[in-house]
Design a protein around this ligand. Structure first.
Ligand code: MBD
Ligand code: FE
Length: 263
């Protein structure tokens, strides 16, 4: 066999995808009768996206990230268990490990106090997963992630919570706000130019691991928050909307060591 043929066989998927992508792009160019000036603008835009490291975000706002996530994990879409969702570009490894009950922040973190609790169970058997590890990360009450915000301490609102031997976990945090994925970069500019907003609804990210179990990456959304119906990356799935209960009873608040109502 020729060297070229061996390479072609090895790369057959890359060749197929490249050909299909080329056809799709040419179709649009033909249909819209793209002019040279417009092509040069598109090229500058993509150069800028690369320079600012925003290709992940571009994939997100095009809806490609969610689509690929759905295809990748389609076999895990069991109606009885928590749905998967995209990891996004803001995950950080090596968050501090805490035994449940844990806290993602200091007690004076601004915002509405939120206690989350639940049980990690096997999707296959429904049995609890002892000592499951919940890697959790979120934006603060004004929508900023710690690693993009000089006002927050390192790893604020990020932690790995170790569930107990019954898979039960509990942690304290604050209700996050929606996140602006635009922030003046080229993807944000594109969204503005085409009349789309660049907001994600408030959400909390989870990566849940158990020994000899497949890892579940997902996000949960507080109910009745802005942009829940118009997520800039289209990642909202109805079963991932949390059921929050507001607690105002002073006795309950005191029990939790909280001076204001909490969720
Ligand atoms: C985010 O906070 C996020 O979670 C995703 C998926 C994409 C952009 C910003
Ligand atoms: Fe996020």
């Amino acid at each position: 066999m020729s060297k070229e043929l061996v390479t072609a066989i090895k790369n057959h998927r890359l060749i197929e995808v490249t050909e299909k992508l080329t056809m799709a792009i040419k179709d649009v160019v033909n249909e819209c009768e793209i002019k040279e000036e417009e092509l040069l603008k598109a090229i500058s835009f993509l150069n800028e996206v690369g320079k600012k490291g925003e290709f992940h975000l571009l994939s997100d706002v095009l809806g490609v990230s969610v689509l690929v996530d759905n295809i990748t994990y389609q076999d895990d879409a069991d109606a009885d268990t928590t749905l998967f969702n995209v990891e996004g570009p803001l995950y950080r490894e090596e968050a501090p490990i805490q035994q449940s009950p844990g806290s993602l922040c200091e007690l004076d973190e601004p915002g509405d106090v939120l206690f989350m609790q639940g049980k990690v169970i096997s999707a296959a058997t429904g049995n609890p997963i002892p000592n499951a590890l919940l890697d959790v990360w979120q934006a603060n009450a004004i929508g900023d992630y710690e690693n993009e915000d000089e006002n927050q301490t390192d790893y604020n609102l990020r932690a790995r919570i170790l569930a107990d031997h019954n898979g039960y976990y509990e942690f304290r945090t604050v209700v996050p706000a929606g996140y602006d994925i635009g922030k003046g970069g080229p993807v944000g500019e594109l969204m503005k130019a085409v009349g789309r907003h660049a907001m994600r609804p408030a959400h909390i990210h989870f990566k849940i691991e158990g020994e000899s179990f497949k890892t579940l990456t997902t996000q949960l959304f507080p109910p009745n928050v802005p942009w829940l119906d118009s997520d800039a990356i289209g990642a909202v799935k109805e079963p991932l909307i949390m059921k929050l209960e507001k607690v105002t009873d002073p006795v309950e608040c005191k029990k939790r060591g909280v001076t204001t109502p909490f969720y």
